[in-house]
Design a binder for this molecule. Structure first.
Ligand code: NDP
Length: 419
């Protein structure tokens, strides 16, 4: 018997909400609150009569602390699921602390305005000290650890697929497969085709910021940063085939480097087609990826936000996308004194996702883990005062839920390694 407040009603949230409604014995009541209430109402209408979960909707500006507090106090949820954008993470965490409610999200904080002088000074200091220059990092949210501990509240960060499931795979490998993990390669392959020359599979602004940034990996206790897209490998993915993949910076590297004892190297690769890369480079070269406002015919516009308005809505890609995703982690290390390798991965079919929830696999592979993370918290399996990432809890009940809730995984004990 529990009630969740879900903030956001975009591509990922609509999958998470539908999956919560499939588990109505855990999610007895859901309040969907987002900036555009009509989207919440449309989803409520789609689901009503098909689930025992009671659904209500509200409008909220999640950048506004007072509005959030009023909403949380009125709705009295057991958990707030933040599935809006990373920009809102800190405001929602503040509101959860003020109202005494547990918190969950799917992506770590980054500021919307990269020109904010206060943020910029802290960012430049971190680039120098830590050695990577991504706009997002865990420091802002880890800084809440003590406050959540003192309040007796749990904050679960990044329960999507990557971050999220990839860290659960790491915790599982650490618990069951290895005595010592030496290297981790996280491979995110999207073999789907939506038929457009250029579109992003999740929020375009967040996605394009991430992939146009320098890549980095963790090696022997420090970060190694490389120019964007400068390390490329080809890999033959089960059920997808050969794909080019590129080394990116990714948030889970940061927490895994702290939480997997003795790990020597952690890398993250994502597949991209040539058309995507060519379009992205061209848009970057002409300034369309900029987050700084410019004056245009008497209006202030932010180029990347204008671009978002032109690009296909990721939520509309579902019916057009065919093919599969394959996301997982390749481990090398030792067990019982012998060298060992293992590859834990999930394969997900875009069209099957569409048939089930009306979304493509990228929203599906993120929305299902958001629901599972919530289920772990609401059933008391993943509750511990403080701020945690997914590898810091027992992976077993989460791994079991992945198999039951649409994201079955498999283990290859003899994978081809990435050089
Ligand atoms: P969308 O842009 O599709 O949806 C975002 C939703 O948040 C929209 O409903 C939007 O409202 C709402 N929103 C934005 N700003 C506010 C605000 N100030 N107040 C209230 N609501 C707001 O994004 P996605 O669904 O693609 O992504 C959701 C999250 O999932 C992001 O944080 C993303 O980074 C993360 N993600 C994580 C992945 C993982 O594997 N861990 C993979 C993919 C995404 P409106 O409808 O008005 O625009």
């Amino acid at each position: 018997m529990s009630k969740v407040l879900i903030i956001g009603c975009g591509g990922v949230a609509s999958v998470a909400i539908q999956k919560c409604c499939q588990q109505s014995e855990v999610f007895t009541e859901i309040c969907i609150a987002s900036r555009t209430k009509s989207k919440c109402d449309a989803l409520k209408e789609k689901l009503e009569g098909k689930t025992a979960t009671k659904i209500t909707t509200r409008q909220v500006d999640a950048d506004n602390f007072d509005e959030l507090c009023t909403l949380i106090k009125e709705e009295k949820p057991d958990l707030v699921m933040n599935i809006a954008l990373p920009y809102q993470d800190l405001t929602i965490m503040d509101a959860c602390l003020a109202c005494g409610v547990n918190y969950l999200d799917t992506a770590n904080y980054e500021p919307e305005n990269l020109d904010d002088p206060e943020w910029k000074a802290a960012y430049e200091k971190r680039c120098k000290e830590e050695g990577f220059s991504a706009y997002f990092d865990y420091s802002y949210q880890w800084a809440y650890k003590e406050k959540f501990e003192k309040a007796g509240l749990t904050a679960l960060l990044g329960t999507g697929f990557d971050p999220g499931v990839t860290q659960v795979f790491c915790a599982y490998a650490q618990k069951h497969l290895f005595d010592q993990i030496d290297t981790i390669d996280i491979l995110d392959c999207n073999g789907g085709d939506h038929g457009y020359p250029f579109a992003t599979n999740f929020n375009p602004e967040v996605n394009l910021r991430e992939v146009s940034a320098p890549g980095s990996y963790w090696e022997n206790g420090h970060w190694v940063e490389i120019p964007a897209m400068s390390i490329k490998r080809e890999y033959n993915f089960d059920q997808v085939g050969d794909k080019d993949m590129y080394l990116l910076h990714h948030e889970e590297i940061e927490s895994l480097a702290k939480n997997i004892p003795g790990v020597q190297r952690i890398r993250f690769f994502m597949t991209f087609g040539q058309s995507y890369l060519t379009h992205m480079k061209c848009l970057e070269n002409v300034g369309m990826l900029s987050t700084s406002p410019i004056e245009f015919q008497g209006h202030q516009i932010v180029p990347i936000q204008f671009l978002k308005a032109l690009l296909p809505d990721p939520a509309s890609l579902g019916p057009r996308t065919v093919g599969k995703t394959n996301i997982g982690c390749i481990f090398t290390g030792k067990k019982d004194g012998r060298e060992k390798t293992a590859y834990i991965y999930n394969v997900c079919d875009h069209q099957e996702c569409y048939r089930e929830v009306g979304s493509q696999a990228i929203s599906y592979t993120t929305g299902v883990p958001a629901m599972i993370g919530a289920m772990m918290m609401l059933t008391g399996k993943w509750v511990k005062p403080g701020v945690y990432t997914c590898e810091e809890f027992d992976p077993d009940p989460y791994m079991e839920a992945l198999n039951k809730c649409g994201l079955p995984w498999q283990i290859d004990e003899n994978p081809v390694l990435v050089d």
